[in-house]
Ligand binder design. Structure first.
Ligand SMILES: Cc1cc2nc3c(=O)[nH]c(=O)nc-3n(C[C@H](O)[C@H](O)[C@H](O)COP(=O)(O)OP(=O)(O)OC[C@H]3O[C@@H](n4cnc5c(N)ncnc54)[C@H](O)[C@@H]3O)c2cc1C
Length: 225
């Protein structure tokens, strides 16, 4: 009888401890997610008072001279526009040209890192970054040229619709774009975004061709043909 009691007691203690830990962890999470949205946030607002260059708001400036890649952040955290997905990362590289992307991919392969690509991080499910990954910040990869005759714009994927509108104005306007101008072209293409004008349809219909870099750094020109 005595031994039977002992056997029953031990698992009971383990269950009670597990229960207490579970209540503590779940309770902490509930408190975190139930917090007043006006309360303190763990990342700066993207557009504080709508002053200055919004693309610079989430940057942590570091001494980049010792690195080959154009780092803007080594280690630390990243978050999306909602501030609900704080994630630790290996670092953030500010992409300015095609070689930066290629070098970043080579670096990631050498260091056995995952790579994720970020536009303005408005997809609010952590789509634009990954735990301990190398983050490619595309927002400075935003140059463009226009062929006025064919009315075809050649644009790099980090440009926002706002950049494009500024570039085209006052001579031309975009036929199909996302409903607000804050998103990047890369982010919009990734979801085949639609805009306000349903006659224009989703943006994929307006894309003539794309240059896509594969993980080995090679570039493919892709089009409907
Ligand atoms: C307020 C609000 C309004 C919205 N309105 C609309 C709307 O009207 N129509 C609509 O269709 N959607 C809408 N969305 C959804 C929106 O389309 C997506 O959130 C969009 O992808 C965001 O673009 P981003 O630049 O923030 O991309 P991010 O969130 O930074 O990235 C989105 C995805 O694209 C990938 N990506 C980004 N850049 C590149 C690149 N250069 N190369 C390869 N992959 C890349 C990222 O890895 C990630 O997977 C809205 C979202 C919000 C928050």
């Amino acid at each position: 009888m005595e031994t039977l009691k002992k056997i029953i007691k031990k698992p009971l203690i383990v269950v009670v401890i597990a229960f207490v830990i579970a209540v503590f962890v779940i309770g902490k999470k509930i408190k975190y997610y139930a917090a007043n949205p006006a309360g303190e946030k763990d990342c700066p607002p993207l557009f504080p008072n709508f002053v200055g260059d919004p693309s610079k708001q989430n940057r942590i400036e570091i001494d980049v001279s010792q690195y080959e890649l154009p780092w803007t952040q080594k280690g630390g955290f990243i978050n999306d526009a909602s501030c609900l997905n704080k994630t630790s990362v290996h670092g953030v590289v500010s992409i300015q040209n095609v070689d930066d992307i290629k070098n970043a991919l080579i670096f990631a392969k050498d260091e056995n890192l995952k790579v994720s690509i970020a536009g303005v991080k408005h997809s609010m499910g952590g789509h634009a970054f990954y735990k301990n990954a190398l983050i490619l910040d595309m927002t400075k990869f935003n140059q463009m040229t226009l062929n006025e005759e064919s009315k075809i714009l050649n644009v790099k994927s980090g440009a926002t619709w706002h950049d494009i509108q500024n570039f085209l104005h006052p001579k031309f306007a975009v036929k199909a774009m996302q409903s607000t101008d804050i998103f990047t072209i890369g982010g919009s293409i990734s979801v085949n975004a639609h805009g306000m004008d349903h006659h224009a349809g989703a943006i994929a219909r307006t894309i003539r061709s794309m240059r896509v870099m594969l993980s080995d750094g090679s570039i493919k020109n892709i089009s409907r043909a």
